[in-house]
Design a protein around this ligand. Structure first.
Ligand code: KG4
Ligand code: ZN
Length: 352
């Protein structure tokens, strides 16, 4: 079955053709990321205008790349939440139009859940129950995946998401946006043990997260160790590596490496604990932060020798994309889920 996936929940306009929920034939992504950089975060109006301008071309290109015609498509799957209201509506409207014009079914997909599918496409043999971890700009969530469409929320962030914490940290350090990839790059030359940032475990057995403490610790650290005025200093910090006023203080790279380690220590520990508690043998990881190579190697090191397999998004599906939406939509459809034309954007849609 050929499924056309559509994803417009945030700043990526994406369309993808996936066969039988596993074979990605195309995955076209037009990102408005560069337009948001100077604002230090996604501006919804700019994202929406970009979606409107691109959506038809992106769909057309995804069909061309897949060597498919519109008449070959048998199901359209579309993200309907969570995300930016207006942005979601553009994808939903495109999906409804196609569904109506082609007389094919449409299914609405939860964006969070679709991130887990990015680790399942391309023929991964999934063993249920497994643990799902979504680490993105908006969410840090651990779920128990009992079957394709049977999940249970185990824990989520009580404040900032991991990606959001990276974005805010990079902003404090004057490094730019989006923060995750920049901090990863800077961290490569740094010492992760240089600064002891706090780790919030929130009590024994909790699978919830909190990253506001480590973020505030970073703010105070820079304020107290680099002249007392982060706003003045961030210009100096951001302009060049190691350009702190004092030679004896840790470098920007040390700060990034230590900050990244503080966040990843908690994520890896809690996910592994969830895996042990639920007797799962697989962890499926999705979301933009899962692109981070340090996070990947930390997981691999922890899982080594424990009969636990950690599955990361297949190429190009770490950040927002429509292939994961098509894959998730296919499974929903197989379980009898079909959306009618009352499908609406649900900006605060939850999991479960
Ligand atoms: O999943 P995604 O593309 O969009 C959301 O649904 O949020 O994730 C974007 C987030 C941003 O916060 C970005 O800083 C973070 O993922 N990110 C990374 C990396 N690449 C993207 N964080 C850490 N390391 C990376 N390499
Ligand atoms: Zn996402």
């Amino acid at each position: 079955m050929l499924v056309l996936g559509i994803e417009t929940s945030c700043d990526e306009t994406s369309a993808s053709v996936v066969r039988d929920g596993v074979n990605i034939l195309s995955n076209t992504i037009a990102s408005s990321l560069s337009l948001h950089k100077k604002y230090g975060g996604v501006v919804p109006e700019i994202a929406c205008r970009h979606h409107l301008e691109c959506i038809n071309y992106v769909i057309e290109e995804s069909l061309n790349d897949a060597d498919a015609k519109l008449s070959d498509i048998e199901l359209v799957a579309v993200t309907h939440g969570p995300g930016l209201t207006g942005a979601l509506l553009i994808g939903i409207s495109a999906a409804k139009s196609l569904s109506y014009a082609l007389n094919i079914p449409m299914v609405g997909v939860n964006h969070l859940y679709s991130h887990i599918y990015s680790a399942m496409i391309n023929g991964t043999n999934v063993e249920f129950p497994c643990i799902g971890l979504i680490v993105s700009g908006g969410h840090t969530t651990i779920i128990l995946v009992k079957d394709y469409n049977k999940i249970e929320m185990l824990g989520q962030t009580r404040d900032d998401a991991a990606g959001e914490a990276f974005d805010k940290a990079a902003k404090m350090l004057g490094l730019g946006y989006p923060g995750g990839p920049i901090i990863e790059e800077k961290a490569k030359a740094g010492n992760p043990e240089a600064i002891k940032f706090p780790r919030a475990y929130l009590g024994k057995g909790s699978f919830d997260f909190s990253f506001s403490g480590v973020k505030t610790a970073l703010l105070y650290y820079v304020r107290d160790n680099h002249g007392g005025d982060i706003l003045q200093h961030k210009k100096k910090i951001g302009s060049k590596d190691n350009l702190f006023v004092h030679q004896d203080v840790p470098s920007v790279s040390d700060i990034c490496a230590s900050f990244q380690k503080a966040i990843f220590d908690v994520i890896v520990d809690k996910t592994m604990n969830a895996c042990v508690k639920e007797r799962a043998t697989q962890i499926l990881i999705g979301g933009g932060v899962s692109n981070n190579k340090t996070l990947r190697s930390m997981f691999e090191a922890e899982a080594c020798g424990k009969n636990i397999k950690v599955l990361f998004p297949v190429d190009g599906t770490g950040t927002d994309n429509a292939a994961m939406v098509a894959a998730a939509g296919y499974r929903l459809f197989k379980d009898g889920v079909i959306s009618d034309y009352s499908l609406d954007s649900e900006p605060n849609l939850c999991l479960g």
